[in-house]
Design a protein around this ligand. Sequence first.
Ligand SMILES: [Ca+2]
Ligand SMILES: [Ca+2]
Ligand SMILES: [Ca+2]
Ligand SMILES: [Ca+2]
Length: 646
Amino acid sequence: MLLLSTIVVLLASGCVASVQPSDAKASEAAKLSATNRAKSRLLISWKPESPDRRLHEEDMQHLSEIGATPVRSLRNILTGLRGQKRELATALEDPNADIVRKVNEVVHLKQVDMDVVEMTDEESKETLLAALREDNDVEFVEEDSVVSLDPLVQNRAENETTPEPEEQHSLRNYTEAFWRTMVNDPLFGEQWYLDQPSDADVDAPEAWARWSAFLDGSDAPEILVGIVDTGVDFSHPDLRDAMWRNEAELFGEPGFDDDMNGVVDDVYGVDMSVYPFRGIAAGSIGDDNSHGTHCAGIAAATHNNSEGIAGIAPPNVVRIVALKFLDFFGFGTTADAIASFDYGLSNGVKIFSNSWGMFGSLPNALRHAVDRGRQRGALFIMAAGNDGRDIEFGLRIPASLSLEFPNAITVAATKRDGEIAEWSNFAETAVDIAAPGEKILSTVPGATYVEYSGTSMATPAVAGTAALLYSYGEVLAGRLGVSPVTPEEIKKALTHGAQMTPELKGKVKAGAALNVPGAMSALRGILTDRAYAENGFNPESHRCSELEASFHDGLGADCAFYGFDSAVRCDFASLFKNFKGESAATSCCACGTKPESRERETGETGGEISIPTEVLSESAEGRTSDPAPPVPSGRKLRGGRQAGSK
Ligand SMILES: [Ca+2]
Ligand SMILES: [Ca+2]
Ligand SMILES: [Ca+2]
Ligand SMILES: [Ca+2]
C-alpha cells in the first residue's frame, strides 16, 4: 500500500525535470555530507581591537624577546592561523598547542569580519567552543549548521493547475505586437509572469520600454547579482553572456590562483560546498542540481538573442555571480552561505538572491553578515519557503532577517491568477512582498528550459528587479546630484511600488505583488524627495504628481515617464489620453518644457523615439473607448491618493 502510494506520487510529479534526490538514502547521505562539513566548524566574531589589546601585544613581544614563553590568547592563535596550513600550526610551541594541533583551517571572511574555524573533529570543536564562550575577546561564537534549498513544489497534474485567468482588457494584440518589436526570444510568450492578458504579472516589458527611454542611449552601471544556490551553468546559451567574469582568472593560468584571493580558477564565481573549505578547483561552479541555473535565468537570461527566454532585468543591467554553496542534493551550511556573501561582497555584488532556508532561530553570524553587507550597500533577497505556513514570529532562516534589517527582503509566491500560492509561506509583517512563483519557465543545465514552482522562483524575480532599481537609482541619483541610492531605498521602492491586491492583504506586509515599473516610479519618488531635502531640488515643479493617477499610456507608464528624465518623451505624450479622453501632452509636458515652445522648436512630434508610430497610434485610438489600462503602481501619491483610484 505504501509502495503503491509512492508510485502514484512519483507519477503525479513526473513532469518536474528536477535533479532532486531520487531516494531517501541519497538524500540522507547528502545531509550527512553537509553535516560533516558543519559539525567541526565554528563561526567567530571578535570584539573590536582596543588600545589595551595593542598594549598587550607589545607585552607579548617583550616576553618573547626575553626568552619567556608567553601565553597567547586564543584570538592571537586563531587569527595568526588565518589562511595557513595545519602543519604550520602544529609546529608552534604554545601552551594552547593542544587546541592548535586540532585546527584544520582558519578562514578569515574579511568583508563580513568573521573567522570560520574548522577543527579536525567534533570533539575538539566542542572544546574550543567552550573555551571561546569564556573568552573576553569574543563578540559571539556559534556552531555551523546545515541548511538546504527550498525544495521545488511539484507541479500538479495539468487539470489541477491554476487556469489561465480571463483577459481583463483588450490591449492584448497591442501589447504582443509591441513587445515583439523589443523581444525576439522565442519562449517569451510562455513567460506569463512577465506579461499576460489578465495583467496578473510584473509588467516587465513596460519596465524595459521605460528603461530604454530613460537611458536614451546613455550608459548605466551593471549590477552584480549573486545567486547563492547550487551553482550556475555558465555555458548555458541564454546565460553565458550574462555571467560576471573574473578577468584575472579568465585570462590566467589554470590551476593557479591568479588574483590571489584564496580561490583557484574562480572565473564565474565560487564553490563553497567543496571540502575542505577552500582549495583546489573551488572556483569551478557548474550546477550539478539545476536549481541555481533556473534562478539565474529568471533574473538575468539574455534578451533579444533569439534564444530561450528573457530575464526580468533589462539587457546589460545584471551580471550573475555564481555563489555555489549547496551541493548536488541541495544541502549546505550557514558558514558556506556566509563565505559566499563574503566572496560576493569582495567582488562588488549588490544583490544576493537566496532561495534556500530552514525552520529555526536566526544565527547571529547571519545577522552580522547582513549588517556588514548593509555597510557595503548590499541587499539580501530571501525566499519565504514552501510549507504553506505563517512564519510571522521569526521562524525561518534566513527569511526572518527582513524583520530586523532594512536591507533584507522576504518573498512569497503567487500563482498565475495573482493569488498567493497555497504552498507559499506567508506572514503579515515577516514576509514583505509576493512575486510570481508558479510554473515559471527558466533555464536549466543542458541548454534547456523547464517550468519550476516555488518561492525559490519568486525570489530571483525580485532580485532581478532590485538590480534594475539599483542601476536606475545610480543614474537617477547622478542626474539629481544626490548621494548614491541605498539598499534601504531599493527595499522601500520594491514594496511601495508593488501592485496591491485584496488577496495579498494580511499575507505579506506590502499586501501587494512585485511590479517592476511601479517600483521604478516609487524609487523615483524616493530619490526626488531626497533631492529636495539634500539640495533643494523642487520635485513639484518637475513632476505632474497630481495627474499621475489619471494619465497612463499604452506602456503602462504614468506621467512621470514624460517628466524630466528626458524632455523628448513629451513629444509623443500627445498620442495618449486619459480615461476621459483628455490628451496627456499638455499636462505631462508642463512638468518640464512647455509643449507650445517645444512644438515651435521641433516642428514635429515623436521623431526621435524608436517606437513604431502605428503601434502608438493604434493604442491612442483604442484609449478613448477602452476601459482604463492597467495601473502599474500602488504607491501613494501626493495628496494621499492611491495610483489607480479614479
Ligand atoms: Ca502586464
Ligand atoms: Ca582566484
Ligand atoms: Ca587560474
Ligand atoms: Ca534569451
